[in-house]
Design a binder for this molecule. Structure first.
Ligand SMILES: [Zn+2]
Length: 158
């Protein structure tokens, strides 16, 4: 199993490079985001609810947005899940006919149950630490005064 960082897709190929030209990674971390499927607005609502109910962490990215009447927005949706959740996600979605079983399904060499829980305490702490640092920096910027920041930015572009 290989992975393209740019396309965020797993590949089953002997090729060294992805079709996009980027080098394929062989030992990819199982929490890397991976494209699950692309679908339309109507089906995306169903997929959102199925994935949420299955406890799968996912992101639903909208492309080709079209502004509709009454302020609503429609478009295509690309769903990403961590690689370790790929099989579980496909299982849940195929069960409710929200997607077809992809032809690479049998090639996914992953345990059926995601190995995410083992990683999560450490990971959660790292994320927490980073967000605290980020927040501290923000507070500092506010305290130090917007004027300084503006001066700094002006210096960058001036
Ligand atoms: Zn690629």
């Amino acid at each position: 199993m290989k992975y393209c960082k740019k396309c965020k897709q797993i590949k089953f190929t002997d090729d060294v490079n992805c079709s996009c030209g980027k080098k394929l990674i062989e030992n990819v971390s199982l929490d890397a985001p991976c494209e699950l499927l692309r679908t339309d607005e109507t089906n995306s609502v169903k997929i959102d609810s199925v994935l949420a109910k299955s406890g799968v962490p996912y992101s639903d990215v909208m492309t080709n947005k079209v502004q509709m009447l009454f302020g609503s927005v429609t478009g295509d949706h690309i769903f990403y899940v961590p690689i370790c959740f790929l099989k579980k996600s496909i299982d849940s979605l195929v069960a409710v006919n929200a997607m077809e079983q992809p032809d690479y399904y049998d090639k996914i060499d992953l345990p059926d149950e995601p190995q995410w829980e083992e990683l999560s305490p450490v990971k959660r702490n790292i994320v927490r630490a980073l967000s605290i640092i980020g927040f501290a920096v923000l507070v500092y910027l506010c305290v130090a005064g917007v004027g300084t920041v503006a001066y700094f930015i002006k210096g960058l572009f001036g």
